[in-house]
Design a protein around this ligand. Sequence first.
Ligand code: GLN
Length: 505
Amino acid sequence: MAVAANPQDLMFKPATEISRLVCAREVSAREVVDAAYAHADACDAQVHAYNQRSDALAYAAADELDKKLAAGDKPGDGLPDSALVGAPVAFKDNMNLQGTRTTCSSRILSNYESAYDCTAVRRLLDAGTLPLGKLNMDEFAFGSSTENSAFGPTHNPWDLARVPGGSSGGSAAAVAAGLAPITLGSDTGGSIRQPGACCGVVALKPTYGRVSRYGCVAFASSLDQIGPFARTVRDAALALQVISGKDRYDATSVEAPVPDYSQALGADLKGLRVAVATDFLELEGLDPEVKADVLDAAERLTRMGAEVGEATLPSTQYGLAAYYIVGPAEASGNLARFDGIRYGLRAQDATDVLDLYMRSRAEGFGPETIRRVMIGTYVLSAGYYDAYYARAQKARTVIKQDFDRVFADYDLILTPTAPTPAFKLGEKTTDPLSMYLSDVFTIPVNLAGNTALHLPTKLSAAGLPLGVQLIGNYFDEANVFRAASALEQDYQFPYQTVPVNVLGA
Ligand code: GLN
C-alpha cells in the first residue's frame, strides 16, 4: 500500500491524523508500526534517538488494536475514548515500561529491566497508543546536549553536526525526525523545552503536580515534571490530557480536575494579556535572531487580538545559581540508591562493602553525574547548608514572587526558550558553565513550579529552528495552548523540510 511504501509520509502526519486513518481502517496499526520502524531503519543510524526499540510491545499492541477494529470496535465503544488510538509514541529512557530496560543512559543501569510501568507511560498506552521504544538522554537527565549519554550522543535532525539539546534530546529529535509524532520527556530545569527549541518541536513542561512522576527515575523531586513533545499543539494538548491528573502513587500529583485542553485550541486571543519579559531580552549572549523572533511573536499576538505589554522578572537572574544548588542537592539524595547492591552494575573484586559502593559508583557514573553528586553533597553538608542550600531555597521563593506579581496583571509571559539555536557537538563539553547557561530562560519556571511551552516559529538564516517560550500561570496550560495554537497557525513551521526526511526517502 502507498503509505507503507513511503513510511516518512505517514510518520510526518500528526498523531491525530494517524489515529484517524487507523480507526477508519485506511491503514492498519501494524502498518503504522512497520512505517515507524522502516523510517527509523532509514535515519536513526545517523540521529541515534533510540536507546532501545520495543518491537515486540509495539506489534502486540498494534495487532490487538487491529483485531478489535476488525471486530467493529471504535474509540469510545470497545476502544479507549481518545483521539490518539493507534498513534505511535516513544519515551525518554528514564521512564519505566515493563518489557524494556530503563537505563537513564547510564552504565550503572544499562541492564536494568523495568519492574513496573511509569504512570504517564501507562496512561498514554491505555489511551490506545503504540509504544515504539525508549529514547536517548543525558545520563540521569544531567545536561543540555545529550552528549552525557553513556551510549553516545543523539544528533540534531536539522544538522547532524549539532546537538539536539538535552536532557530529553532523544525525545525531541525523534519527533523532529518523524520517528514518532508524540514522545514523552522530563523537565527539571528545561530538559523538555530546550531540546524542543534545538530540534524545532512543540514541547511542554506542565505545572508541578499536573502529571504524576511515578515510575520516572527521579533527578530533583521538587522540580521534575513529565511532559509531551509533538509537531502540533493539538497533539501535545491531547497527550497532556491523557497523562494528567491525580495518581495515588505520587502524593505530589494534584486532585485538580483536568480541563478539556482541546477547547483552548483555535480560540481567539481577544482579551488574552501577554507580557514580554524585557529583561530576558537583555541577556548577554542572546542570539539576535532569537531576540528578533520573540519580538516578532509579540507583534503577531497583538495583531491577532491579544493585549501585549511588558514586564520584568528581576529575581530570575538568581535562577541558574539557585538551581545548581537545589538540583544537585536533591539529585545527590536520589542517586544514593545506585550503590551496586540494590540496582544495576556491581563492581567486581571489591574488598569490602565500602569498596563495593565506591567502585560501583565510580565505574557506573559518568563525569557529569559525579560532578552533580559532589556538588549536591557539598551544599548539603553541615557548615555549608545555610550558606548554600537554605539561601537557594529563599531565592526560589523570590523568583516565585516575581511570577506571581506578573501573573496578577497578565495571563502569559513571552520569552526566548534558549539563548541560541542548536550548538555544535563538542562545542560546550569542556565548559560546564557555558552548557548550564542554555537553561537560563527555562530554569526559573521549574523553580517556581508553573508551566511553559516551547513553540517552533521559523528557521534561522542558517536553517536551524527558532521559537519562543510561552510561560503560563499555575495549572493554566489552557491559555498556553490557546496562544500557542494561534501562533502555530500564523507561522506554519516547516516540519517536513527537516533534512532527515529527505535522507529517509
Ligand atoms: N540542563 C539542565 C541540567 O543539566 C536541566 C536538565 C533537566 O531539566 N533534566 O540540569
